[in-house]
Design a protein around this ligand. Sequence first.
Ligand SMILES: Nc1ncnc2c1ncn2[C@@H]1O[C@H](COP(=O)(O)OP(=O)(O)OP(=O)(O)O)[C@@H](O)[C@H]1O
Ligand SMILES: [Mg+2]
Length: 606
Amino acid sequence: MKNIRNLFNWTKKHWFILFVVLFLAVFAPFTYSYVPLFIKYIFDIVLEGNQTEVGLPFFLLNYFDSLEGIKAIFNVSLILVIYQFLRSIILFANGFFRGKLSQEISYDMRNEMYAHIQDLSYSYHSKANTGDLLQRCTSDIETVQAFIANQLPSMVNIVAQFAFGAMQLGRINVILMLSTMVLFPVSLVSSIWYFRYVTKRFNQIEEVESKMTTIIQENVNGIRVVKAFNTEIDEIEKFDKQSKAYRDDWKRFNNVSAIYWGLSDFSANISYIITLVTAIYLSQKGVMTTGDIVVGLMYIGMLVWPIRGLGRIISDFGKAIIANKRILEVLETPTDYVNDGTLEPEITGEIEFINVKYSYTENADLLNGVSFKIKPGQTVALIGKTGAGKSTVASLLTRLIDCSDGKILLDGVDIKDIKKQHVRENIGLVLQEPFLYARSIYDNISIARPKTEQHLVYNAAKIAAIDSDINKFEKGYETLVGEKGVTLSGGQKQRVAIARMLLLEKPVVIFDDSLSAVDTTTDLMIRKALKTRNEHLTSIIITHRITTAKEADLIIVLDSGKVSQIGTHEELSKVEGLYKNLWDIQGQLEENFLTHIKGGVQDATL
Ligand SMILES: Nc1ncnc2c1ncn2[C@@H]1O[C@H](COP(=O)(O)OP(=O)(O)OP(=O)(O)O)[C@@H](O)[C@H]1O
Ligand SMILES: [Mg+2]
């Protein structure tokens, strides 16, 4: 019941259109139910001269009474044509409003989903399955929209056809009407059973389909890996497995549906025969006229045949309920802003971690009491083995995640009390894996400030040392990136991402390994340009490159969930520890470089 109510919640805003659609779904069969009476009139009154009650709408009745012979047939036919014309206007209105309802509802659903997905937390998205999410935003919405705008009115239409058909048939002969309904309980029970079956099966089918979509989506995104590792055959096999499961699930579903439809067709035919036999019997008894039989058969059409369509609608109803559940699952997930702070203090770059703990899983703590303090304007290097939790520190600082224990203070204020948006407005993060949109380079840089002045965009690109690379492209800043344009190199992508961040001029910027694909000289150039532009900038540079760390005002070494060392290069290079080890390797490398390549590149990674 709750599921059905949820489904109808989408119509709240458009209740009037829904009302019109449903009214027309009832009104159309009501008007149709009078069409056979015109025929009955011709048969009984005009051809056979009987004076039985025809039951035409009252306003036509008196008029027909005064007519005779061919003139009557002509007039009745003419009025029938006009009547049908008016009915076609109703049918047009029906189609028109259904279309309107369908588009309005899917528009609302799409936008609500998209807006909600934008607001969902980073933790949600890091676990979410993109293919599945896409399916919920597209085909699930379509299923719900189609049900509300098409199948629901059809269902009402069928019930109305049935009711009006039964009413008119009852007016001709009650026994005849009852004979059409002998098998009705059987249809009802089997429909309920089928509805239950569809809801259950369709849930499974959706799951398998979303797995299949995910494989396609991952494969297309990661096609370079597939090619490089020569795993095409494995990938095809993996897909084939899901595809087979999908095919088999549908086959099973279709088989059961076919049995259901076959049986419901069979029972419709039996009903038809029962009614026909009853009609002939009753006419032989003299209870019914020829006109009654002809018209009776038309009404049986209204009663028996539409019921066949009900099976399909029932299956769509089941699908819509499942699809809607999947949509609501997303919409009912709390957004990132449920647990938000309220303060908006000025952020200068004073950052303090006090015994911060965090873990992605229940068991072991990844960060197990991290403490350090950064002063405004400092350049800080955060180093540590891969997987030590450096990116996690960056996520904590931008409130993509919140620490489970301990405190993070920004200018003395607990970060949890500060509005997330305010934190992110002040602390920029250049991600470890830059993401570029399939738009021009210019748009990619100015994405967060699309209306910014051009020279600022160029300036940011210059500081990020990407300007000269861009100018080498034929179309310069207008060069399209990705799908429709050039593929940028790893280092170029990183620098576009840095330019994007610099344009925002935030007081604190975290570079999460964002210079790893840039050569050492360019790395140095960028860092110098940054400092020259804004000496108050507080920057946290997460890096595996010891030469970069060396330049920092403060080096923080993260190891086993804690800060194992903290200090300047001078201090740390003298004491035993991770930093010294790295520096020693760096030293050796430097020596090797110097002997083999004069003036070579100094580069060492953890
Ligand atoms: N969203 C997540 N869900 C679950 N575990 C995660 C998530 N993000 C990271 N981890 C795990 O947390 C650990 C630390 O990850 P993190 O990205 O912070 O390391 P890192 O120090 O930045 O490493 P690298 O130098 O390789 O970038 C890793 O073991 C990683 O598998
Ligand atoms: Mg990382």
